[in-house]
Ligand binder design. Structure first.
Ligand SMILES: [Zn+2]
Length: 208
């Protein structure tokens, strides 16, 4: 059989080294979460949780910085897209939830994204890591909730379990709740010269 190069996928996320960009976080109600009494892991128990988007503001009450094409918040498998980037990424935005987010346009620095609609991309389909092919193993499993801990490290090339991934352009991993995109989505974002993202990790889709 002819061997072929494995398909690369990438997780993208917050660009920490540029503080001229507006930043936000999600505020949720504590009552919407359950916590495992053994391992202290928290998970959401209400699907209709009310999440509030809190922007970093200056002393004068303006939102700090300018609005990037991506805005990341406390949830790494979710992002906000500028209106221009949402239009460009439209061919890839199926199988995920896209909803308009309301915000007040009070950014310190106005740019092409200010005042235009802002779109939240969430509910990414979930694939899983092929732990063995990645060269990792389970080091701990919680006796109460069953949550597994692995010995993943930054040197390991993550391999996505081929049978758990269904040609999704946008997805997350059960073990790494990051925002993963395929190579064609990454090149679409790069061609658009989108602002406020960086590649966090490269992974490959495993063999059948
Ligand atoms: Zn637990």
């Amino acid at each position: 059989m002819r061997s072929r190069a494995k398909q690369a996928v990438y997780s993208i996320g917050r660009q920490y080294d540029d503080d001229s960009l507006a930043t936000t976080y999600l505020k949720a109600c504590d009552d919407d979460f359950a916590t495992c009494s053994t391992c202290a892991r928290a998970w959401q128990i209400r699907a209709d949780s009310y999440w509030q988007l809190v922007w970093k503001t200056s002393k004068r009450g303006e939102k700090v910085g300018r609005l990037g094409d991506f805005t990341w918040h406390s949830s790494d498998d979710c992002t906000l897209l500028s209106d221009r980037l949402k239009l460009i990424m439209e061919p890839y935005l199926h199988g995920v939830t896209v909803r308009e987010v309301s915000y007040e346009n009070s950014f310190e620095v106005q740019n092409q994204n200010s005042g235009k609609p802002l779109w939240e991309v969430t509910d990414l389909p979930v694939a899983s890591v092929d732990v063995e092919a990645t060269g990792a193993r389970v080091t701990k499993q919680c006796s109460e909730c069953g949550h597994k801990t692995y010995n993943f490290n930054a040197e390991m090339l993550l391999t996505v379990d081929r049978s758990s991934w269904h040609e999704w352009d946008l997805f997350t991993l059960d073990e790494f709740r990051l925002f993963f995109v395929t190579e064609r989505v990454l090149s679409c974002i790069q061609q658009a010269i989108a602002t406020n993202y960086r590649i966090r990790r490269e992974a490959v889709i495993g063999d059948d």
